[in-house]
Structure formats: structure tokens, C-alpha cells
Design a protein around this ligand. Structure first.
Ligand code: ADP
Length: 544
């Protein structure tokens, strides 16, 4: 027996051609600070062909890495489309990494070309002399003359580079497992590690993003892509947008709540994506300056746990549904999305939405205990979450070959480092990251549960919980609180607020009030830095 189906390779070039033709009128709007500049997918198709021709002239061939050091804007989307389509490999560099990490990932990926935004030239200038493999730097949205390049490196203007190029390109037919793009983890809990996506994985992942168990956007939507294109494969938004013909609103470098609300008012996006800290800021800004944002029907939020109080506030005050999603750089990143199942109503519906969501058919998941035994999906047993599937990485990238570190991989499964439980109907509830869970007297306390609960207090803007050493119990929770502007609350009052939500031994006795929770390069609470501040005696701790 044989299958009669055509052996068509999944290819991002097909996606680009599709978007530029059948969805040629879909728009990409980039915020300029006081308005938008708008182009279409048809324009993107033309510019992607011009860029592909130009990159080929610079010597970029199949499998070569092209880095970007850019904000979310029209040109970054064009690069996202062009580079894999021509067979090269896109490496969106996280511009917020520490300098040594940004240099490390560029050298490790062996980027030959880097396309740099004009506004980031001063920062990039510091890094460039140490980037050993870069041969060409292309400055976009700025003046290349502001950058000095070392000997052996050629400098170009993006506009001039593509201006005289032909507006068609004969994209190669590639084997679908060929590399298309790479992304490094943001290093929240260690050194950045490289993940290489294939044409096939990105294609299948885009279908998942658009599916009923994914983000569910379509050509009827305008998607506000706040999540940086360098964070975790941009959550799959660029290729899903091209596949669906959804229009895009790109914030460029204007990522504070006020400009975000201003651009929303101007373009009225219907869908958005960002980490919880962004939405926390937007919510506070809306409290201070009310504005109707009910055109924004859904936002996907993930990267760290979404506080239930935030989900309720968006829904009840602003008519916006926050969709809680879980994923990692290693999972392309979409793992699970919290759509309530059929039949769930009222509080039960909320309970489902507060979980990290339901796994789709493409992501197999299991829970593994400390002893390596697979635990049941009964919604009770918890352990490390392991996943596998066609858009889940099987190794980390190294120039020497695949790295299959037993700490991260278990017999073909990715070990996520997340501790959680799975219900019989496939919903994931994360307890914590294994490195953040607090081990108190042989029992575990979830830092995330404490954070979520205390962030439900009306005076609290942000809360981050870390374990601190304790002679008797090994570790005890320390709660770092950022109060809302003008609000007051004592540690004892906050502890009292938690008292009916946790067992007595879980209630934290150590509290500290800070101006801001330190954030990672992608806007997550940076517990490493908070722990360091505690160890340095930098935090004023109240012990009850
Ligand atoms: P890094 O590991 O450097 O933070 P990623 O952005 O890939 O880079 O982070 C993936 C991790 O983010 C997951 O392993 C998990 O710990 C956390 N995470 C992602 N989504 C959620 C969520 N909805 N709730 C809680 N944690 C989440």
C-alpha cells in the first residue's frame, strides 16, 4: 500500500508568496511616535524579493545566518519573510540581552550579516568589534554613517541596498526540515541556548497558532504584536499572520503603556500579544486615564503566569478577553492555550481560563516525578512537565552538532523545567519553575500561587516571591511588593489577606517593599536579580 499524496515540502517561501498575492491588501502598520506608516503584504512580497537579491549579492547562501537587531516594524517583518524564503536562516537577536550575551549569541550562531535599526546603532557599536563572524552590517531606518565598522566589515544602508534590486526572486525549493530561523532562550535561568526552527516546524506551528485550540485569529483581525520578534520565535505571529492574511500593528520602539494606548486608539487592533508585565502597565494606565479599548476582543498572554485578578479586570472593566498561554523558546513557542472547554460556565469557566491551557493534538505532554516515573494526568499529581511534538526542539544548537543534555531531554521528550499538573481533559496547571519553587521543611510552596494571590490585593501593583535561606526550614518565602501609586498597605495586612487562601505554614513571614520588580530582557520578573539583591543585603526586609 502507498499513499497517493503529493510530496510537497512545507516551505516559508510558499507562505510568503501566498501572503503577498492572495492577501496582498492586508496591512502592516508601524507606529512612528505620533502616527502610523502603513504598507501591505504586497509591498512586503516585493521588498522581500529585493532584499533576497541583495543578500545573495552579499554572499548569503542557503543555511547562512542573517541576524537582526531591530524593533517590531515593517522592515523586521520583511526580513522575517525574506531570509528563510531564500534558504538562509533568520536569527533575531534579543536587543535587551546583556552585552556579553548579545555578543555570545551572535558569535555562537555565526551570523554573517546583521541588520540593525538606526536607533540601536550606539548600542550595537559597542558590540560589533567583538562579533567575530559578521561581514556585513545593514542599517535600517537610520543613517549608516553613524556606525563605524571594523576592518573587513562592510557597511550598507538598507534602503540603498534594496533600491535597485529586481522585485522578484526565484526562491529555492528546500527540504522541509531545513533550518529557517533560530532563537536563543532569554537566559532567565542560565546562559542563552540556541533553538533552530525548520520550515516544517514553523509552518505546522503557524497552523496551530491559527487553529481553534490556538490563538484563533484570521484575516478579519488586526494583530498588535507587542511581543518582540526576537522573543521565542515571536510567538509564531509573523508566519501565522502571513498564513491567515491578518493585518499587523507594529509598535516599533514605543512600548510604554501611554504610546501603546495611543496607537491602539489610532489603529483599533482586534487581537494582541504580550507578556503579563506589559498588560499590568496598560491596566494601570487605563485606571488613571480611562479609554475605550473594547475593539480589542482578545489578547494572548504568556511567558509567565497571568495573575487571575488581571484577567478579571480586563474582562470586567474593559471587555477584553486575556487568553492565557504557555510555551517556551524550545516549543516554537506555543504549547497550550486556555480556552474553556464546552459546557464550562460561570466560575468554572474562569477556573479553566486561569490554567496555562489545554494541550493541542500537536503537543504530547506528561508529568514526571522526581524518581523519573510518569505520573497520571489526574489533575492532582504534579511533577516536571515534559513535552514532545513536531514543533518542539529535540536538542540545542551548537556549531559542533546537536546538544542533547540529559538535564533538558529525556528519551525524546523535552524537559521543560516547569513543575505542574495535567487534568484528565488535558489542561496544564503550572505550580512553578523548578528553580523557583520554595522548599520549606520538606514541603513545596509555589511562588507563583503566592504572587497571584497577593496581586489580587487592591493596593498591590506587582509582587515577586523568592525563597530565602532559613536555618530551620531550609527556605522560606520572601514577598517583594510594589504598591500601586498612592496606595498604602502594611505587610501584616497583606499576610492577613492571604490567610484564607493558604495553609498556615505556607504564609510568608518575610516581606519587602520595593519600587520596581527587576525584569528580564523579555519583561519577566527577574528572580535571579532579586535573589542577588537579597544576598547583598540590599532589601529592607520586614519579618512578621
Ligand atoms: P526563558 O526560559 O529564558 O525565560 P522563554 O521565554 O522561552 O525563555 O521562557 C519559557 C518559560 O516561561 C517556561 O518554561 C515557563 O517557565 C515560563 N512560562 C511561559 N508561559 C507561562 C505561563 N503561562 N505561566 C507560567 N509560566 C510560563
Amino acid at each position: 500500500m502507498f499513499s497517493t499524496m503529493q510530496d510537497e515540502q512545507l516551505s516559508l517561501a510558499t507562505l510568503l508568496r501566498y501572503a503577498a498575492s492572495f492577501h496582498g491588501d492586508a496591512t502592516i502598520s508601524t507606529w512612528t511616535g505620533d502616527g502610523v506608516r502603513t504598507s501591505t503584504y504586497r509591498d512586503m512580497g516585493r521588498d522581500a524579493a529585493k532584499l533576497s537579491n541583495a543578500l545573495r549579492e552579499l554572499g548569503v547562501g542557503v543555511g547562512d545566518r542573517v541576524g537582526t537587531f531591530m524593533w517590531n516594524n515593517t522592515e523586521h517583518m520583511t526580513v522575517y519573510a525574506a531570509v528563510p524564503a531564500m534558504g538562509a536562516v533568520l536569527h533575531a537577536i534579543n536587543i535587551r540581552l546583556f552585552p556579553e550575551q548579545a555578543i555570545y549569541v551572535t558569535n555562537h550562531a555565526e551570523d554573517q550579516v546583521v541588520i540593525v535599526d538606526g536607533s540601536l546603532v550606539p548600542m550595537f557599536q559597542e558590540y560589533l568589534p567583538k562579533m567575530r563572524t559578521v561581514r556585513h552590517v545593514v542599517v535600517v531606518n537610520g543613517d549608516p554613517a553613524t556606525l563605524t565598522v571594523p576592518e573587513g566589515v562592510q557597511l550598507h544602508s538598507y534602503t540603498e541596498l534594496i533600491a535597485a534590486q529586481p522585485d522578484t526572486y526565484d526562491y529555492p525549493v528546500l527540504e522541509e526540515h531545513s533550518p529557517a530561523g533560530m532563537c536563543y532562550t532569554s537566559g532567565t535561568t542560565g546562559d542563552p541556548k540556541g533553538v533552530v526552527y525548520s520550515h516544517r516546524s514553523n509552518w505546522l506551528h503557524a497552523m496551530q497558532v491559527l487553529s481553534p485550540s490556538g490563538m484563533r485569529f484570521s484575516d478579519h483581525d488586526t494583530v498588535l504584536a507587542i511581543v518582540p520578534l526576537f522573543h521565542a520565535n515571536a510567538w509564531g505571529l509573523p508566519y501565522a499572520a502571513m498564513m491567515s492574511g491578518a493585518s499587523l500593528l507594529m509598535p516599533d520602539r514605543f512600548l510604554q503603556p501611554a504610546p501603546l494606548l495611543q496607537m491602539m486608539d489610532a489603529v483599533r487592533p482586534t487581537f494582541a500579544a504580550a507578556v503579563p508585565t506589559i498588560w499590568g502597565g496598560v491596566l494601570a494606565a487605563l485606571d488613571a486615564h480611562p479609554q475605550d479599548i473594547s475593539y480589542l476582543t482578545r489578547c494572548v498572554v504568556g511567558g509567565s503566569a497571568v495573575p487571575p485578578a488581571m484577567m478579571r479586570a480586563f474582562e470586567e472593566k474593559h471587555g477584553v478577553t486575556l487568553l492565557h498561554a504557555w510555551g517556551m523558546t524550545e516549543t516554537s513557542p506555543l504549547g497550550s492555550v486556555g480556552h474553556p472547554p464546552r459546557g464550562a460556565t460561570g466560575e468554572q469557566e474562569w477556573e479553566y481560563r486561569f490554567t496555562q491551557g489545554r494541550f493541542p493534538a500537536g503537543v504530547q505532554a506528561r508529568i514526571v516525578g522526581d524518581d523519573g516515573a510518569v505520573l497520571p494526568n489526574d489533575g492532582e499529581a504534579w511533577g516536571e512537565v515534559e513535552v514532545r511534538g513536531p514543533w518542539i526542539t529535540a536538542s540545542y544548537y551548537s556549531p559542533e552538532g546537536p546538544m542533547v543534555d540529559p538535564e533538558k531531554f529525556d528519551d525524546g521528550w523535552l524537559r521543560t523545567g516547569d513543575v505542574g499538573k495535567i487534568s484528565p481533559n488535558g489542561f496544564l496547571t503550572l505550580v512553578d519553575r523548578s528553580k523557583d519553587v520554595i522548599k520549606s521543611g520538606g514541603e513545596w510552596i509555589s511562588s507563583v500561587d503566592l504572587e497571584n494571590a497577593v496581586m489580587g490585593h487592591p493596593a498591590v501593583a506587582e509582587a515577586s516571591v523568592i525563597g530565602v535561606p532559613d536555618e530551620k526550614w531550609d527556605e522560606r518565602p520572601l514577598v517583594a511588593i510594589v504598591l500601586k501609586e498612592g496606595a498604602t498597605a502594611e505587610a501584616s495586612e497583606l499576610r492577613e489577606f492571604l490567610s484564607d487562601k493558604f495553609a498556615k505554614w505556607q504564609l510568608p513571614e518575610h516581606w519587602t517593599f520595593i519600587d520596581e520588580v527587576p525584569k528580564t530582557s523579555v519583561g519577566k520578573f527577574d528572580k535571579k536579580r532579586l535573589r542577588a539583591r537579597y544576598a547583598d543585603g540590599d532589601l529592607k526586609v520586614v519579618t512578621l
